[in-house]
Design a protein around this ligand. Sequence first.
Ligand SMILES: CCCCCCCC/C=C\CCCCCCCC(=O)SCCNC(=O)CCNC(=O)[C@H](O)C(C)(C)COP(=O)(O)OP(=O)(O)OC[C@H]1O[C@@H](n2cnc3c(N)ncnc32)[C@H](O)[C@@H]1OP(=O)(O)O
Length: 194
Amino acid sequence: MSGTSAALKPPADAVRPVRHPEAPAPGELLGAHYEHCFGCGEGQRHGLHLQARAGDGLSVTAEFTVQAAHQGAPGLAHGGILTTALDETLGSLNWLLRVIAVTGRLETDFVRPVPVDTVLHLDAEITAVHGRKIYSRATGRIGGPDGPVAVRAEALFIEVKVDHFIENGRPAEIEAAMADPDQVRRARAFEVNP
Ligand SMILES: CCCCCCCC/C=C\CCCCCCCC(=O)SCCNC(=O)CCNC(=O)[C@H](O)C(C)(C)COP(=O)(O)OP(=O)(O)OC[C@H]1O[C@@H](n2cnc3c(N)ncnc32)[C@H](O)[C@@H]1OP(=O)(O)O
């Protein structure tokens, strides 16, 4: 059963956006947006280490292996962890538009239990854009990229500027991020390439 709320339905005058000309090519890894991100950061030892790859059009794919540390019930993935994997995959889509955006709303259907050691095959796509609002959906399958659906999500991301992080993040981490020329260059690149 799926019952997406009205807030996740694009308005009638929403548009289907186009991939940014400098977006990573299909098949390319997108790379982490922040090394300490719980979803994708290489430097986050407790994290999911999810690696998203650009697909065709406005889509990405990613894989995530459920670890023992991700359990909710014995031997099964915690639903919040699965939602995090969906959130991260959906968030990475915005790179194809070269837009920085944060999750405003995320709705998940848990269709099948996901055992520890399972590889969750995720795919996601942007469906519409309306002003700063980016509508997207994602699916997670088990047993292979064409296996049965285990989780499904629809989301609304909201475009923000780098200042969103600078104004709201804990100062210690913001100062460290701003001292990293790669992080600043990457973040600013999104603002000069509309
Ligand atoms: C040099 C420094 C380096 C830093 C660089 C870092 C680079 C980072 C790169 C990439 C980052 C990607 C990170 C991905 C991580 C994975 C994804 C996450 O988990 S993100 C975390 C969870 N999400 C939040 O923490 C959002 C918290 N919420 C907010 O901050 C605000 O509520 C925000 C920005 C979402 C909206 O606030 P408003 O004041 O800007 O805008 P308003 O006017 O309220 O909303 C704009 C439109 O969106 C709708 N909207 C907003 N929230 C909605 C909601 N929850 N449901 C439905 N509609 C919503 C509104 O109704 C409005 O629509 P109408 O334009 O009037 O049609």
